[in-house]
Design a protein around this ligand. Structure first.
Ligand SMILES: *[C@@H]1O[C@H](CO)[C@@H](O)[C@H](O)[C@H]1NC(C)=O
Ligand SMILES: *[C@@H]1O[C@H](CO)[C@@H](O)[C@H](O)[C@H]1NC(C)=O
Length: 963
């Protein structure tokens, strides 16, 4: 953060000079007469012309048709008969020739003087850039008082403001109200001022002809823009500069007031939810009314105009344009650094304001992530090509082969221990090798849409294959290399795979150089490995098996020389050596690859098997757009830049390694470091130290905590304290959402960085619903099931419509667009700032007589009982209540459980009734377990988690047996 601020200040200084020499080269626009009154008292009309703002030869032409202006002089103060629009014109007259008032208005829950205020850097940037300006950060309470003063004579505006049901609607409305009444600059609290507003209007444009300065938020130049944005050109409303009384503001306030009061009278205000905000008070409304103004005959003489003004007049523009008394800034000005739609970087001379992310206060647990940065509208190969041309000589992937400590391989002489070899692929090299490999795969018959299975550890071959497969438009299907023959067979058959690429040896976590030979697995799939033909009765579709020979790093593996197994294709036949390939030496590699049919960002490019703990794995279909953007947005929230070196022990066959890791670095131009094919803590630390890595990925178990999948708060605190890891971030997600939907950010408050999984990602919505009635979004603070919507939701499970429909639901609310929600099965709650906390699994929830009971609460209570060693609580079927509470209890050593005779029969006795009594006294009567079973141990997973679904089965059996 600090260095960013410093960089901005320096950049702003240099660019002031550059800016003056920047001149528009866009063609002079046809001129257009513009008419607008100078002020309420002075109804003279004024003629200006529309032209490119930075062009020095502004043309004054066109007829000056005088029209009776809507804000003509009123004789008396009796406003009761006036329309709201006229009242506002009377109350807040507009005079284009006045100066822009030197105000900066911002709103937030807290003032900078309060400890909770978390935007110090942003707020300071406005003060620093604008000496002499009055800068106000206004809280909600102050806003109400201020508006009461300013709008006392227009009570319907106040009524509407007070009736708006969501804080974000009020925040939107406030900016228009304050600018209409007082003028100046409004800017969201999460924006940085890169340059002074004095520089926003080009010198060639007289200040006395401009009354409104606006920027562009989105200019999605693509055919399917409607899937991504609500308007073809969208003007932003996070930063606006205006003179008081500007007609656009007058119109916006009239519109919002009218719509709000109409809904209030109809009793339908409550139905306004977050997703209506864009249309109701947000950028969509703002954009529509600005275009309405540009084409409004009251202000513009249309007779001289070459045509209506629409998005075409602004799309792709690189310099400011003036339309009448409005200056429209190019996308770079208020959206620099978003890396698309033509926006240039933060240090561009036209970059004025940087917008970070949206904030709001919630009442219901539904939250739409920010619209920044915009989604990348590309296929993966398209975006990769752009990364390669920008960062070609930077390292993309650095991999190490495994190395063992000598005592791990006692049967070998010291010089027989494999040494770790390091391979570095620059982006250019990765482009080249993946190209060569793509040509080879094509010669094996791989086409667009074919599923290609890859069962490898984290190595250079996997990293290269990923892009080779993507470039062909084929579908990458990573398999867990730990799968046994049965699992591999089932996966290949399910997807009709024709090509499998597998390692000779599967590397095992914590056992470097002592992997599992895949010979038996391959023999089971292709019974005759020597015949030279692939005949695989168990996988009839399989045509080719490619083997990556990694036996050198596994001296004990006993995998025969691959040349002797003629049914297998050695990887070296596809590409001789990844490291020595040169563009000049291989015309093959240099030939660029074109897929056999055009690719589209919404097509499936990756199928990931979900790690189902209960039933058979499901194959989630993910698109270019979903994984590319998820990676890019993760990189953005982490603050990755091209100089970062990220050590990634999590496996590439999982979304963690492939998307959070590889996609995040590859979309940024940063490097990913794979310390070993399978997890090895020592190799990880060595590589991080050797390369002075800037980032490290891991799951809780890798940091030595056996906590399953969630990240315990205590561990986070320890990592902060022990490693001094300051910018630790937590991601939450599931394979079916590509995978990340929520994430903490380095700038979040400490408590939220340790306790929550952060807030929803950009372009993503998260809601928490009542598990019994999913149409009800629960109030903030209440627990329910988490669901996510947006670009990130999978297209479905391959060949499994039934199970897809159980979790992927198309929902439509109040005449809104249909949306696809992915239900997570996770229990969560959201706070008023949108931070999400994961509290358990929905399936573990007990629903007794319509009331939700959280097993954890009862377990925590019973843990305190002096005679109880361990306890696990599950729901069991109940005739009267649907479900009731059942507890499996393990007593301390020496304690006798009721009905059991242990040892010598001496010792304290724990009765079922005393267990119930404990819960009744410490919690409440309805939580007391109806059924209590004393057991000696629980069924557990390999990682030590209790398998509650097995306990539930046991409970059912015991009940049926009458026990
Ligand atoms: C705006 O765009 C339209 C359509 O491209 C064009 O006909 C018109 O001349 C443009 N107007 C101005 C003032 O540039
Ligand atoms: C990527 O490789 C292909 C084939 O060698 C080449 O045509 C293309 O120009 C390369 N891209 C960049 C940005 O170097």
């Amino acid at each position: 953060m600090l260095s960013f601020r410093r960089a901005l200040v320096a950049a702003a200084f240099i660019l002031t000079i550059l800016f003056l020499t920047t001149r528009s080269s866009s063609p002079a626009a046809s001129s257009l007469a513009v008419e607008f009154p100078k002020s309420q008292a002075d109804s003279d009309t004024k003629q200006t012309s529309q032209t490119t703002a930075s062009s020095s030869n502004a043309v004054h032409a066109g007829g000056n048709r005088h029209r009776p202006s809507a804000q003509g002089q009123q004789t008396m103060q009796d406003m009761s008969k006036m329309t709201l629009y006229d009242k506002l014109a009377y109350q807040f007259p507009y005079d284009v020739e006045t100066k822009f008032p030197a105000y900066i208005w911002q709103t937030w829950k807290w003032t900078p003087a309060q400890g909770e205020f978390q935007f110090r850097d942003q707020e300071a940037s406005w003060t620093e850039q604008h000496p002499g300006f009055t800068h106000e950060v206004i809280t909600d309470q102050v806003a109400v008082h201020l508006l009461r003063l300013l709008y006392a004579s227009v009570p319907e505006v106040l009524e509407a403001y007070e009736a708006l049901p969501l804080p974000v609607l009020k925040a939107d409305f406030f900016r228009y109200l304050i600018l209409l009444a007082r003028g100046g600059i409004y800017s969201d609290i999460d924006t940085y001022a890169i340059r002074s507003a004095l520089d926003w209007i080009p010198d060639t444009v007289p200040r006395s002809t401009v009354g409104l300065v606006i920027g562009i938020e989105a200019d999605p130049d693509r055919p399917d823009w409607e899937d991504w944005y609500s308007r073809r050109i969208q003007f932003c409303q996070w930063t606006i500069q205006a003179k008081p009384g500007h007609p656009v503001l007058r119109n916006v306030v009239t519109h919002i007031t009218g719509e709000t009061l109409k809904r209030k009278r109809a009793g339908s205000l409550r139905n306004l939810v977050h997703k209506n905000v864009i249309e109701f008070t947000g950028p969509a409304l703002w954009t529509d009314l600005i275009f309405e103004y540009f084409n409004d005959e009251r202000y513009f003489d249309m007779s001289q105009s070459a045509g209506a003004i629409d998005y075409r007049n602004f799309t792709g523009m690189e310099n400011s344009r003036r339309v009448g008394d409005v200056v429209v800034l190019p996308i770079t000005s208020f959206s620099p650094g978003v890396q698309q739609m033509g926006a240039k970087d933060d240090d561009d001379p036209m970059a004025f304001v940087k917008h970070e992310f949206e904030v709001s206060t919630l009442t219901r647990s539904i939250y739409q992530g920010p619209a920044e940065p915009p989604l990348l509208p590309y296929t993966i190969p398209e975006h990769f090509a752009a990364t390669v041309s920008k960062f070609g000589d930077r390292p993309a992937v650095i991999c190490r082969t495994p190395t063992a400590r000598p005592d791990a391989l006692p049967s070998l002489p010291a010089d027989g221990i494999p040494a770790a070899l390091e391979t570095t692929l620059s982006y250019e090299k990765l482009n080249l090798t993946s190209n060569a490999l793509a040509h080879s795969l094509r010669s094996l018959g791989v086409k667009k849409g074919d599923r290609v299975a890859v069962s490898l550890g984290n190595n250079a071959e996997f990293a290269t294959l990923t892009y080779a497969i993507f470039k062909l438009g084929a579908v990458l299907v990573p398999l867990n290399p730990g799968f046994n023959a049965k699992q591999v067979t089932a996966a290949l058959n399910h997807l009709g795979v024709e090509l499998l690429i597998i390692g000779a040896v599967t590397d095992l976590a914590y056992k470097p150089c002592r992997g599992r030979s895949n010979l038996p697995l391959l023999q089971s799939i292709v019974p005759d490995l020597e015949s030279g033909r692939v005949e695989a009765p168990k996988v009839p579709t399989l045509k080719t098996v490619v083997v990556v020979d990694n036996s050198a790093s596994h001296p004990l593996s006993k995998f025969p020389p691959i040349a002797s197994l003629r049914s297998l294709t050695p990887f070296t036949a596809l590409i001789p050596d990844l490291t020595t390939l040169r563009a000049s030496s291989s015309t093959f590699a240099a030939r660029s690859i074109t897929p056999d049919a055009p690719l589209s960002p919404t097509e499936t490019i990756n199928i990931q098997f979900t790690s189902g703990t209960t039933s058979t794995p499901k194959a989630a279909m993910l698109s270019h757009a979903s994984i590319l953007n998820n990676g890019a947005l993760i990189g953005h929230r982490m603050g990755l830049d091209p100089t970062d070196l990220i050590v990634c022990p999590p496996p590439l066959f999982h979304c963690f390694g492939s998307v959070l890791g590889y996609m995040a670095t590859a979309t940024t131009g940063a490097a990913i470091l794979f310390p070993s094919p399978a997890f090895d803590p020592l190799a990880t630390l060595r590589m991080a130290a050797a390369h002075r890595a800037t980032g490290l990925y891991g799951v809780a178990t890798m940091f030595g905590i056996g906590a399953g999948s969630s990240v315990p708060e205590a561990m986070m605190r320890k990592l902060y304290a022990t490693f001094g890891l300051e910018d630790l971030v937590i991601c939450y997600g599931m394979t079916e959402t590509s995978p990340v939907s929520c994430m903490t950010a380095p700038g979040d408050p400490f408590e939220m960085r340790t306790r929550s999984v952060g807030r929803v990602m950009p372009h993503t919505k998260v809601k928490i619903v009542d598990p019994l009635d999913p149409s009800r979004v629960v109030p903030v603070g209440e627990r329910g099931e988490l669901a996510a919507a947006g670009y990130l939701v999978m297209k479905g499970y391959w060949g499994d419509e039934e199970r897809t429909a159980e979790v992927r639901k198309v929902e439509k609310e109040d005449g809104e667009k249909e949306e696809v929600w992915m239900y997570s099965g996770d229990e969560a709650r959201m706070n008023e700032d949108g931070y999400v906390e994961i509290t358990g699994r929905i399936k573990d929830l007990i629903i007794r007589g319509g009331e939700n009971i959280h097993p954890l609460e009862i377990e925590n209570c019973l843990f305190q009982h002096p005679l109880v060693a361990e306890v696990s609580v599950v729901g069991v079927p109940d005739e009267r209540y649907g479900e009731s509470v059942g507890a499996f209890v393990i007593v301390h050593e020496g304690v006798i459980a009721e009905g059991q005779i242990d040892g010598d029969g001496k010792g304290e006795v724990l009765t079922r009734e005393s267990v119930r009594e404990w819960v009744r006294t410490h919690l409440s009567g309805h939580l007391a377990p109806k059924h209590i079973w004393f057991v000696k141990e629980y069924p557990k997973t390999a990682s030590g988690k209790i398998q509650k679904f097995k306990l539930r089965d046991t409970a059912q059996r015991l009940l049926e047996a009458g026990r």
